[in-house]
Ligand binder design. Structure first.
Ligand code: ADP
Ligand code: ZN
Ligand code: ZN
Length: 821
């Protein structure tokens, strides 16, 4: 008999916890079930069962599982193995992985905040229990409460199971900071209690309304909205729409319902875009594409991963579509990873046309309820599906993953920086695919140095597709030497005369323009002309960015903002100046130079709302806007055929970044943005402004010489012992007191050196050495590729535990970043 269960708690704890299985759960409890357990001082959590056994733990009193939440497991065995792998490899706890993997709606805990759904109507066939009703009423008066607060207010205990039912019925929402434009799954609608065309009943209804003026308004509004008087044109009317039109309170509607004139009912609405018709015809591949597809299948015969190096606009997507179709026909599932939501808008439509409702989309901007819905869809059916998703979709419950595509595999956004698990979705997906026996295709026009190295050394297959689909030539890249331009006084604001001329030409020919600047905001810095004072964030060690729109200085790390000082606080003169340039400043320059041309800006600031991307992209696609200014968001995936000029405003800012990947990243961004040009009929033109045109990397961008860039960079990596020749682990240490931190991090590095010797570098100040009042130091560990990560993990844990003998180390916040980007 199994009397005990090991569970994962959603906490950063490095082990499983054991609970006693109560008699009534005997035989019912299974791996992957959710249970509610108490932990610490009377806090309740939703935990996941990983194992059942009969070994009584020693040394502490074993508590009982409070409640079993599921009939069916909610996490599959492969997923639990996958979580375990992530925790091992990325040096974090399985609890951290669990927290990242499950949508918050599925892992309620004492700290979860809840709000009531004001549109919720009790279901007559499924009445609320007393406990449910009490919780709902309490929540209704309060706006937002945590589970703990709710329990305090109601005096009820162990409410998680009850709340779970309320969340699943959508009577209650789990609130998240990022939720935007949430759309409920059902909508309350209103109808009359009689049929269209029943004039007698209608007259009777007006009699019943009598002199109740507001009820009359409501009835008339209904007749209008529903087209009730026009036979055959009836339209369903939602309650909120009706109340808004009539401008009356819900009590008025309740009055008419009581009189038996109207009734309400629920209508299912889909949260997801309505599906377009499915065409069974797949796009016909060109000869080059067919060859590439054949080679991909060939290379995946004996290898599990293949790299498709296909230049921009070579038609990689169409190749993916053929592969997906093939896997779906085998009855298996596909994971199609993309780095960001920006890519998916155009792609989604393309995939929907071919795959219809077999396509599921998993955005980063989905609300929690939408995530829960997709989770259940995957969990409850083994149907062949293709999931198009961002990084976190590697956590979805696939039953039978047959293939993984990682598009734009070089993108750094596949790496999660914060919080733990700091995983790389590409590496994680490769491991996950291995667990299912699935093959992986990585695709990029500018592969990461690591992947290309793996391909050249035979670990991955390599397939090259070096011509564009239309056989269009790659765009013509020209450098503009900004030093020379300045000497000749041919620079206006941030624009060289050459770029202005090219833009004018494009506009005259009715073509479009993309301008790329890798910084957002108006100008990156404000500075004192006299004493070089720079305003810094009070919490973080970074200079503030000037945002022209609200005339404020903003910290891009913590969001702190303040007014721009009129007088320099250091030298007390009125010599504060705005220096450098960001996207907002570029936008303003363009407006000044081309006042009649409609333009749009795309960066983090303009795309906060859910539909903003779509609108910007639609306007540009339809030709409504002619110039698109943006950060690296515009470098990715966009496919517009009327873009003939791309301007790269400053290559210098990208090249001066203090990181061993700076040149690789700069090459990737510049080549990708260049690739947005000339995708239609005419050859594209790219103008690259730089003060260092003599740098080899500039020559490589001009020549579209990926291999040249690779060869130069790989030599450097080898010489200095960077990936792919070593594996990096950053060890971050944080503390409030900088002096204490300096001492402790020196000592910690010494402890590490005793075990790892020369492999330890630092401590150093990272580029941002203070965030939100915590000072940060970084120690770098370079381990051999062949070294076992679980051994490294054990050693690191021992060092940490030994350090705690000195109690000062207990105040340190310490965490790891494996394979940092
Ligand atoms: P990539 O992803 O390699 O940059 P895309 O897949 O976006 O390239 O293809 C570039 C353009 O060529 C798109 O407009 C696409 O519709 C078109 N295209 C590519 N392959 C085909 C094909 N086999 N049939 C028709 N159009 C194609
Ligand atoms: Zn800050
Ligand atoms: Zn000054």
């Amino acid at each position: 008999m199994n009397r005990f269960a090991d569970v994962i708690l959603p906490l950063p704890l490095y082990r499983y916890f054991t609970y006693r299985i109560p008699d009534e759960m005997q035989g019912r409890l299974r791996q992957g079930h959710r249970v509610v357990v108490s932990f610490g001082r009377s806090k309740f959590y939703t935990a996941i069962v990983v194992a059942l056994h009969d070994m009584e733990p020693q040394g502490y009193e074993v508590k009982e599982i409070a409640t079993l939440l599921d009939d069916e497991p909610i996490v599959l065995r492969t997923q639990l193995n996958f979580w375990q792998w992530i925790a091992e490899y990325y040096l974090c706890s399985v609890g951290d992985v669990y927290k990242a993997a499950l949508p918050s709606g599925l892992k309620l805990e004492s700290e979860t905040s809840l709000t009531i759904n004001n549109d919720y109507e009790e279901d007559v066939d499924n009445r609320l229990t007393e406990r449910e009703a009490v919780l709902l009423q309490t929540l209704a008066g309060q706006g937002r409460l945590t589970v703990q607060e709710l329990e305090k207010a109601t005096g009820l205990r162990n409410t998680l199971p009850v709340l779970r039912r309320l969340v699943e019925r959508e009577a209650v929402f789990v609130t998240e900071r990022m939720r935007v434009n949430y759309k409920p799954k059902t909508e309350v609608c209103v109808r009359l209690t009689f049929e269209q065309g029943n004039h007698e009943a209608l007259r009777a209804a007006f009699d019943l309304v009598g002199r109740a003026k507001q009820q009359e308004v409501l009835l008339l509004s209904f007749l209008d909205l529903s087209h009730f008087m026009q036979k055959g044109c009836y339209v369903e009317v939602s309650r909120s729409e009706l109340l808004a039109r009539a401008d009356v309170s819900p009590a008025v509607l309740a009055g008419l319902v009581n009189k038996g004139v109207m009734e309400t009912y629920k209508r299912e609405v889909s949260r997801f875009v309505p599906l377009v018709h499915r065409s069974v015809e797949l796009p016909r591949l060109s000869d080059e594409q067919s060859r590439a597809l054949g080679e991909i299948y060939g290379s995946l015969g004996d290898k599990s991963v293949s790299l498709l190096h296909g230049v921009t606009s070579s038609g990689k997507t169409e190749i993916y579509i053929h592969i997906i179709n093939n896997i779906l026909q085998q009855g298996r599932q596909v994971l199609y990873l993309v780095p960001e939501i920006a890519l998916t808008t155009q792609l989604t439509e393309r995939l929907q046309r071919v795959f219809g409702d077999k396509l599921l989309i998993y955005h980063s901007r989905f609300s929690d309820n939408e995530r829960v819905e997709i989770w259940y869809k995957m969990l409850r059916s083994r149907e062949p599906r293709v999931v198009l998703g961002v990084r976190s979709s590697v956590f979805l419950p696939f039953h039978d993953m047959g293939f993984v595509i990682v598009d734009e595999e070089h993108e750094p956004s596949y790496k999660q920086y914060d919080p733990a698990p700091r995983y790389h979705a590409r590496s994680a997906a490769i491991v996950l695919a291995g667990m299912y026996g699935a093959k992986v295709l990585l695709g990029s026009a500018t592969p990461s140095i690591e992947s290309y190295y793996n391909a050249l050394t035979g670990k991955y297959g390599l397939v090259e597709l070096l011509v564009r689909y239309s056989n269009n030539p790659l765009p013509d890249v020209r450098t503009i030497d900004m030093r020379e331009q300045r000497r000749r006084r041919q620079v206006k604001g941030n624009f060289s005369q050459a770029l202005i001329d090219a833009m004018q030409g494009a506009l005259k020919r009715e073509e479009q323009i993309i301008l790329f600047q890798n910084r957002r905001g108006f100008a990156p810095m404000v500075e004192c002309r006299e004493c070089a004072w720079i305003p810094k964030c009070t919490q973080c060690d970074v200079s503030l960015t000037y945002h022209k729109r609200d005339n404020r200085l903003v910290c891009h790390y913590c969001g702190y903002s303040c007014e721009i000082p009129h007088v320099c606080p250091a030298c007390l003169q009125a010599t504060i100046e705005v220096r450098g340039f960001g996207t907002e400043r570029i936008e303003e320059d363009v407006e000044e130079m081309f006042p009649d041309v409609k333009m749009a800006r795309m960066d983090l600031d303009t795309t906060r709302s859910r539909n903003a991307y779509q609108e910007i992209i639609d306007d540009f696609a339809s030709g409504k806007s002619k110039i698109l200014v943006g950060t690296q968001m515009v470098t990715k995936g966009l496919d517009f055929d009327r873009v003939s000029v791309v301007g790269i405003l400053s290559a210098d800012t990208m090249l001066s970044f203090p990181d061993f990947r700076a040149y690789e990243r700069a090459f990737q961004m510049m080549s990708q943005v260049a690739g947005r040009s000339g995708r239609g009929k005419s050859r594209g033109e790219v103008l690259l402004q730089t003060s260092q045109p003599e740098l080899p990397i500039i020559g490589q961008v001009i020549a579209h010489d990926y291999i040249g860039m690779y060869q130069e960079q790989i030599l450097q990596r080898q010489q200095f012992g960077y990936p792919p020749f070593t594996r990096l682990v950053y060890i971050y240490l944080k503390h409030r007191d900088e002096a204490v931190l300096d001492t402790l991090s020196q000592q910690y590095a010494t402890l590490l050196r005793k075990v790892f010797g020369e492999r330890v570098l630092g401590p150093d100040n990272p580029p941002v050495a203070r965030i939100q009042s915590l000072y940060i130091r970084k120690i770098m560990l370079k381990v051999e590729i062949a070294a076992s990560m679980s051994q490294v993990k054990d050693l690191l844990r021992k060092i940490y535990e030994n350090s705690l003998a000195d109690s000062r180390f207990k105040q340190l916040v310490l965490y790891y970043d494996v394979d940092p980007m």
